[in-house]
Structure formats: C-alpha cells, structure tokens
Design a protein around this ligand. Structure first.
Ligand SMILES: Nc1nc2c(ncn2[C@@H]2O[C@H](COP(=O)(O)OP(=O)(O)OP(=O)(O)O)[C@@H](O)[C@H]2O)c(=O)[nH]1
Length: 293
C-alpha cells in the first residue's frame, strides 16, 4: 500500500487516540469510575489506536512496521497508558495532579511523534516522481551527500552512475507521449531490479536516471552498468498500443573520491555521460582523473 495510505491511516489512528483521551477527560471531570479497559495492564492493546497499531505490526500492510519511528510510537503509546492507569488509580490530591501532568505530557509526546512520522512520509511522497515511483531530483543531493558521508565513515567505495536513453524523442514522436511514459516506467523499474537493494536510483529528469552504487568500486560498477546496457539493448518493450519498441541507453560513471562533494561527483558522471553520447551512444564511459575510459 502506498505512502498516502500510511499518512491517512496515521491521521485516523491519531483521531482515535484523541477521541479516547477526550472520553477519559470527561469521565475524570465528572468524577466517574474508570473503565476496566483503561485500568487493565494491557490497556494499550485494547484501545482503537492500540488495535490498529498491533494489526500493522502483525501484517505490515502499510509498510510502517519496519520503521524505527513506528517502534518508538508503540513504546510511547504503552507508556502513555501506564501514566493514564496511574492517574486513574490515584485519589484526588496533589499526587493526582502530578500524575495528570505525566499523562498529559506522554499523550502530547505521542501525538508529536505520530505527526513527525507523518511529516517524514509526506516529505518522501513529495520527492517521489509520480511516473516511475522512483525518488525524483528534489532532496536528491542532500540524500546522496548523507549516503556518501556514511560510505566514507565505513571506508566503503561508491560510484555515481548517470543513464540517459538514446534518441528517446523518437519514441514520443513515433508512438506518442503515453508510450514514452511506459518506456520510462519500464526503464525505471528495470534499473531498480538490476541493482542491489542498498543502491539508490533516482529519476534525474526527463529520460535521465541517476544511480548511487554503494559499496562498489568503479570496475564493479562498470560491470553492472554494462550488464544493464546489454539488457536494455536486447529488450523489446511493450507499448500501450500493442507495439513493441527497442532502444538503447548511454551511461556515465564516476567513482566517489574522499573529501569530494557529491555535486562535483555528479558533474563528472554527467561529463562521462556526455562523452558516451558524443562517441556514438549505447556505451558506458567512466570519468577518470587522466581522461575518459
Ligand atoms: N513521454 C515522456 N517524454 C518525456 C518525459 N520527459 C522528457 N521527455 C521527452 O524526452 C525527450 C528528450 O529528448 P532529447 O533531449 O532530444 O534526447 P534524446 O531524443 O533522448 O536524444 P539523445 O539524448 O541525444 O540521445 C523529449 O522529447 C522530451 O519531451 C516524460 O516524462 N514522458
């Protein structure tokens, strides 16, 4: 299920929590007895928020379950119910006021963490390219700079690769824009499939893609991109109108070198791509300090 669904589900869960907190306040104000559910040691599994949370942990339908922030929300929710139980068990006194303050702070913190998770998901959603489902150029440099810092800390090499389809305009001109879109989707999905799980692929613009190959030397990356080039060259891509099209792609690679910023590395990979285009297309060219190869 998509990120939009996860954001909406978090909103619903938050409303359920707020409705539960409002009911608790009403009962407190009226001096009514607490409910068995709220007094139970597993109150955090009985409320609507808790049931929703447990279901997501069990079946990971929304893709939230694996996220560290989501695990943190589960702990906060359980703690908040502990504070609520303590508050509900405390006779009216200064101690009860202090228990209320702890409960209110825990509830606020829970709401804050859910909002922060939603915000993170929204940022991710906004930086996605809707056509290919890959991350787009927005925030790409920040993301890559962080990855490259991490690679340097771990002492691992990395490579930036640019890929641009050859004469892509002809696909649009001959088969129409919708067919061009289908080709871009096919290429984006294929590139992601051909690379490893920890490599990153972005739609850089139009018919251009950028990949960050983590933990890869230039020679290893050259082998990988050469394989992708051959797969594209050998493939017939099915179009919405039933036709099939063949095309090729050009690639430019640059190894990340210590201390260099990511924008400069991308620029060199782009120069190598330009060289691949200039020297005939359907090629993989590497930027090296002593020239292209
Ligand atoms: N269908 C479709 N076409 C796009 C999209 N973005 C860019 N394009 C098209 O991509 C084409 C790029 O054309 P050019 O820059 O001339 O490049 P090219 O035809 O691939 O030629 P070379 O790169 O020189 O091999 C243009 O026709 C754009 O309209 C998109 O999202 N969908």
């Amino acid at each position: 299920m998509g990120t939009e669904h996860a954001i909406a589900a978090l909103e619903q869960a938050l409303s359920a929590h707020q409705a539960w907190a409002a009911r608790l306040h009403r009962r407190l104000i009226a001096g009514m007895a607490p409910t068995d559910d709220d007094l139970s040691p597993d109150a955090h599994h009985r409320c609507t928020f808790g049931c929703w949370y447990d279901a997501e942990v069990a079946d990971a339908q929304l893709g939230l379950a694996g996220q560290p922030a989501f695990a943190g929300i589960g702990s906060l929710h359980a703690q908040m119910h502990d504070h609520a139980r303590e508050l509900l068990s405390c006779p009216p006194s200064d101690a009860r006021l202090a228990a209320y303050d702890r409960f209110a702070a825990a509830s606020d913190q829970l709401v804050g963490e859910v909002r922060a998770l939603q915000q993170g998901l929204l940022t991710r959603l906004l930086s996605m390219d809707p056509l290919t489902g890959l991350p787009g150029r927005r925030n790409m440099e920040e993301r890559l700079a962080l990855e490259w810092q991490q690679s340097q800390r771990d002492g691992r090499p990395a490579v930036v690769a640019m890929m641009d389809l050859d004469h892509f305009k002809r696909v649009n001109d001959r088969f129409g824009h919708a067919s061009g879109d289908e080709v871009l989707r096919w290429i984006g999905a294929g590139a992601k499939r051909q690379l490893r799980i920890h490599d990153l692929v972005f739609r850089y613009g139009g018919e251009e893609f950028l990949a960050y190959l983590a933990d890869s030397t230039l020679d290893a990356a050259l082998g990988t991109l050469e394989r992708i080039r051959r797969v594209i060259e050998a493939s017939e891509i099915g179009l919405p109108g039933g036709e099939r099209v063949r095309l090729t792609a050009s690639f430019g690679l640059c190894a990340c070198s210590a201390g260099q910023d990511i924008a400069a590395i991308i620029d060199r990979a782009d120069q190598a791509l330009y060289e691949a285009k200039r020297t005939g297309r359907n090629r993989v060219v590497c930027w090296r300090p002593d020239g292209f190869a």
